[in-house]
Design a binder for this molecule. Sequence first.
Ligand code: BTN
Length: 267
Amino acid sequence: MTGFAEEVRRHRLQGRESPIYWYASIGSTNDEAFRLEERERIPEGTAVIADAQTQGKGRSGRNWFSAPGAGLYLSVLLRPAKRGPSPFPLTLVAGVAVATALERQVGRPPRLKWPNDLRYEGLKVGGILTEARANPDRVTSVVVGIGINLSQLPEHFPPDLRQTATSVAVATGRRPDRAELAAKVLDELDAGYRLWLQRGLGPVAEAWRRMASTLGRKVRAVKNGIALEGLAEDLAEDGSLVIQTPAGPARIQSGEVTEVELTECSS
Ligand code: BTN
């Protein structure tokens, strides 16, 4: 294990240690976690962390900007299949874990935009990419990938991200220690994951509601190719977003949701 991985491990709560793979540069920590799972059958809870990613992946086929040393790029391998019905809620579990870890580290939690964004003042500071592998019968493994912008100034982002992205340093004025933050994220994720396995989404959903920016807002979404607009009312027990539309309640479990300013909304 390298110095950085040892540092992360030192900051973790006692008894919560699981293997950590550290890379100076890698394509994607999510891909590497699946590769290790296939080749080495790594234990559940194994973390893959990189200083830089050359092909960091975001949701919906987008790239995740992953400059060296500027962010936390972390993936965790989980095997919830035997116990949980669908791995979808893990994105919400991870969002709460990261927001809580940031609150502990810099004193201010980001807000959670359903399903996977972490934001300060409406600007994206982090995101979660949950990917699953399955055989015909069941999901065999899940990788929860977490990206957090830590120290970038606006001019460090590619031009197309400058209006929408921020970093923890810019938003809070604090530069968290990366190893300590990684340890807190891993501890919080571990605790949230166990809670979800034991009691379902209920307790984590409570925390998510408190930290969410989406609820109570007008939103736009697309369901089965049809655009809809309405008030984001609640989180359902399976993690989907309940939107009250003029045609009645709709549940969204995938795709993009845009938070709309009230003045912009036509419904
Ligand atoms: C998003 O908001 O679009 C999700 C971004 C997820 C980025 C992280 S960085 C670590 C892990 N490895 C990847 O390739 N992606 C995730």
